[in-house]
Every structure is written in C-alpha cells, then in structure tokens.
Design a protein around this ligand. Structure first.
Ligand SMILES: Nc1ncnc2c1ncn2[C@@H]1O[C@H](COP(=O)(O)OP(=O)(O)O)[C@@H](O)[C@H]1O
Ligand SMILES: [Mg+2]
Length: 477
C-alpha cells in the first residue's frame, strides 16, 4: 500500500538547509537535470539579482508535481541518470526569494503569495528564473564551479555566454566494477556495477576533480579529472563521495595506468601511496610499481645493522622512514627486507666455505697476527669459494663483525702466497677496518688510515726479517 499524508514540510527549515549550499552547487543541480533530460543546449546566466538557466530538452518537465514535491523523482531506478533523490530542483528553488519555472505548456511561479501554475506557449525545454541577491565573489565561485562541468557529447553548455569546452581526453577505461546506487524493492542500496571511467587532463587553472557523469563532485589529489559514467555514492550533503569509493576508484586508475602511463615521478605522488598503503592491490601491480620506482636490487629497510650490511653487499635500501607503515607492509609482499636479504646472502656464502690448503693456512696465520698487532683484535679467518662471475654482490673478502670473522674468497685475485702483495694487504686492512664500522663512513676511513700507518711503522721497525716471516705465516718467530 502506498503511503501518503503522513508528513508535512516546515518550509523555513527546508529553505534554511537549501540556502546553506553554495550557489554553484545549487546551480549544478539544474545543470544535472538538463544533462539527464538530454538537452542539446544548456545556458546559464548569473546576474546581480537573478539566475537564469535554460535548456532545450525535447520533453520538458513531464509532471508539474516534480517541480514542487520533495523527494519526487522520475529517475530513481536508473543508475546512469544523475538525479535520484528528487530534491535538487526543490533546493534550488527554496534557496531563492522568488522563482519561475517555465516548462512546456506550464509556468509555475513561486513568490510572496505562494505558488501558482499558469499556462504558456512554450514548446520545448525548461527555463528556470531564480531571484536573489548575488555578490561578486559568490558569482565568481559559482561560475568557476559550473565551468568545471564536462558536458556530455552532443550537449553544449554555455556559462555566462561562454561555451564550456570538454577537457582533453587522456584515457578511457571500460568495464570498471565500481560501487553505485540502485533502488531495490523501494530501498536505496549500494551495488557493484561495471561502468566506464574517463580520464581527462584538467583545463587551464582547474583543480583536478572527481566527476559523476560530467558533474563535478569534489576536488582530489589525483592529477586528472576522472568522470564516472554512473551514479557515484555520495555522503550526506552530496558534495563528496565516501572515502572507500574514492580509494577504490584510485586503485582502479592505478591498476590501469601503472604499466604504461605512469612514470617514476607520477608514481611517487601521494594518491599512489594512498592506494598502495590502504588498498589490497594485486601483487602484479606492486611488482610493476617497485620496478619503476626503485632501482634494481632494492630491499626494504630493516634494522640499521642489516641495512649497513645489505648496502655492503650491493643492495639499495628503501628507507622505511620515508614510507607509511601500510606502504611498508604492502611492499614487503614483493620486496625482501634487508634483514632477510642479509640472512639469505650469508647462508649462501656459508654454504661455500672451503678448507684452506697449506698456503692459505699460513696466510690466515699472518692475518690473525696482523689483527692482533695492528688492530688489537682477535679474529677468526675463513675461506670460501665463489666464482668471479657472480662476484658482483660479494667482495673478495667479507667481515662478519658479530662473529669477528674475516672470510676470503679463494677464487678471487688475492695472493695467499704473499700477504704483503699491495692489493692483498690492502684488502686485509680494509676488512680489519670494518671491525670498527660496517659502513664506509668517516669512522671507517679514519680507522683504515690508522691501521695503514701502524702497519707501516711495524714493518719499518721489524725490517726485512719481519716481512719474510709474515710471508711465511710465521711472524711470531
Ligand atoms: N530541466 C529539466 N528537464 C526535464 N525534466 C526535469 C528538468 N529538471 C527537473 N526535471 C524533472 O524533475 C524531477 C525532479 O528533479 P530533482 O528535484 O532535481 O530530482 P532528481 O533529479 O533527483 O530526480 C526530475 O526527476 C525530472 O523528471
Ligand atoms: Mg536533479
């Protein structure tokens, strides 16, 4: 059973609510209705004391009750028509002091005496005339908002005499599954529905915005205008879409554009970070993102020790402090952390440990002696075998500060038969200096200089006998 006569309306309250909306927003309600009616021409003029909006839609307003009955709409079921709440036109009228709505055959007049209906000879379209005082700033703001509209193809929109151009199209995405609003069993509900999403370059001076079928909804931090070809869910006040919808749409854009349209700089933008941090994106998207944004061989920053070690092994560290926690968690799905990386590298390398031969044993003896006498440290010396082909990541020698162990690659260029060979002794001192600092920082350089100086003094004091003993791996004698 259809309900009726349950409610009445407090006109003052309605006028109060309506007048609180910015003029541009109210006028967009009329533009929206004209777009919905498939008008070929829509024109708006804003004067100091009145606004005139006229369209040439073939049908006009079919039933005069649509003009003054709150929540009465003839298009609630169709998600590809913009209106649905049956209130926009009534708000626009309520925010005026007087108004005329002239549509085919009928004019409805609203003034101090109330409302009355007259007949006319109009044959197509609708003309709204709204009387109220309009300040210059209010007018300018309203004109800017109206000019932001993207008129549908086949509709020309004129604002204060100037034709509104369609912005340049960047890309159109068919079949994007997005939340929309449908009426199901007389109840307004959210539903997912595939739709077209058009991406445009903003016209000069415009703030990039989200649009619902050409009508601006809200500015946003995506660099384009994005127009959704079906109803966009709107929050209370209808001047913004809910956060979940905005995020889902941004994720759709990123998925579609990450592979070919967005470069490294685009991908560093906040809106992209929003999506990565807060939306369950596919791994393929993250892979594409990572390969475009970060250098090859990147790992996620972890503990500072692991970061230093990973750097030594040639990895690029993605600084965890520069990304949000959510982004870190997402990136961890496709990037190793420095801690994992270091663990993996050192286990690879532990597996290749080799037993030293006689020459290498003597070399180890000399290194241990140098560590004690020059660096004042007790170290273990180990040997590993790694082909020079994949030596890019591993050096000729590696120091594990925790274990106080220095490992030498037996397949590298080191001269185990002559610890004082210039290249070889250089590597030994380098590794000894790492006992003081894993990084190649100032502390490391100071330490290396000191060790080199100490060694020079030791050799000068010890003379040729010491040099010979060192080469034989028998310096104690
Ligand atoms: N310019 C117009 N041309 C044709 N029909 C219109 C026009 N403006 C309003 N209407 C009719 O008036 C109805 C009420 O408009 P409105 O209060 O804005 O609600 P809604 O757009 O949500 O339906 C619309 O559903 C439409 O049928
Ligand atoms: Mg409407």
């Amino acid at each position: 059973m259809a309900r009726s006569a349950w409610f009445e309306i407090a006109e003052e309250g309605w006028a109060r609510l309506s007048a609180a909306r910015p003029l541009g927003r109210l006028l967009l309600e009329a533009v929206q209705n004209a777009f919905d009616a498939d008008a070929a021409n829509v024109a708006i003029e804003i004067e100091p004391d009145r606004v005139v909006i006229e369209d040439d839609a073939r049908a006009g307003i079919a039933d005069e009750r649509l003009v003054y009955t709150l929540f009465l709409s003839d298009k609630p079921r169709d998600p590809t028509r913009r209106g649905r709440m049956g209130r926009g036109l009534k708000e626009l009228l309520a925010a005026a002091e007087r108004a005329h709505v002239e549509t085919i055959g009928t004019t409805i007049v609203f003034d101090g005496e109330g409302r009355r209906t007259e007949t006319n000879t109009r044959e197509s379209g609708t003309r709204l005339e709204l009387f109220r005082a309009i300040g210059d700033d209010e007018r300018e703001a309203a004109l800017d908002l109206l000019r932001l509209a993207i008129p549908p193809r086949g509709t020309s929109l004129r604002v204060a005499g100037r034709l509104v151009r369609r912005p340049r199209s960047v890309l159109a995405l068919a079949d994007c599954e997005l939340e929309t609003v449908v009426i199901d069993d007389g109840v307004e509900r959210a539903a997912m529905r595939p739709t077209r999403v058009a991406i445009y370059a903003p016209r000069r001076g415009e703030r990039p915005s989200l649009f619902e079928m050409g009508v601006p909804v809200q500015p946003w931090n995506v660099p384009w205008h994005v127009d959704v070809a079906q109803r966009v869910p709107l929050g209370e006040g209808r001047d913004a879409a809910p956060e979940r919808f905005v995020l889902a749409l941004k994720a759709t854009l990123l998925e579609a554009m990450v592979h070919s349209y967005l470069d490294r700089r685009d991908l560093r933008a906040d809106w992209v970070q929003d999506v990565i941090a807060r939306w369950p994106v596919k791994s393929g998207l993250l892979d594409a993102y990572v390969s475009k944004v970060f250098p090859r061989g990147s790992v996620l920053g972890g503990t500072s020790r692991a970061n230093d070690r990973a750097k030594q092994l040639g990895a690029h560290i993605v600084d965890a402090r520069t990304i949000s926690h959510g982004a870190w968690l997402a990136l961890a799905r496709v990037l190793e952390t420095s801690d994992d990386y270091v663990r993996r590298r050192s286990s690879e390398f532990g597996g290749d440990e080799v037993e030293p031969d006689e020459t290498q044993r003597r070399f180890a003896e000399a290194v241990r002696w140098l560590a004690r006498r020059v660096a004042g440290s007790v170290v273990r010396v180990r040997f590993f075998a790694r082909d020079p082909s994949d030596a890019g990541l591993l050096e000729d020698a590696v120091t594990d500060v925790d274990a106080r162990a220095i490992s030498f690659n037996v397949k590298g260029p080191l001269r185990f038969d002559d610890v004082l060979d210039p290249g070889t002794i250089g590597v030994v001192l380098h590794e000894l200096a790492h006992l003081a600092s894993v990084e190649h920082d100032h502390r490391f350089i100071d330490r290396l200089q000191l060790l080199a100086g100490m060694l020079a003094k030791l050799l000068a004091d010890g003379g040729p006998a010491l040099a010979t003993a060192l080469r034989r791996g028998d310096p104690e004698r």
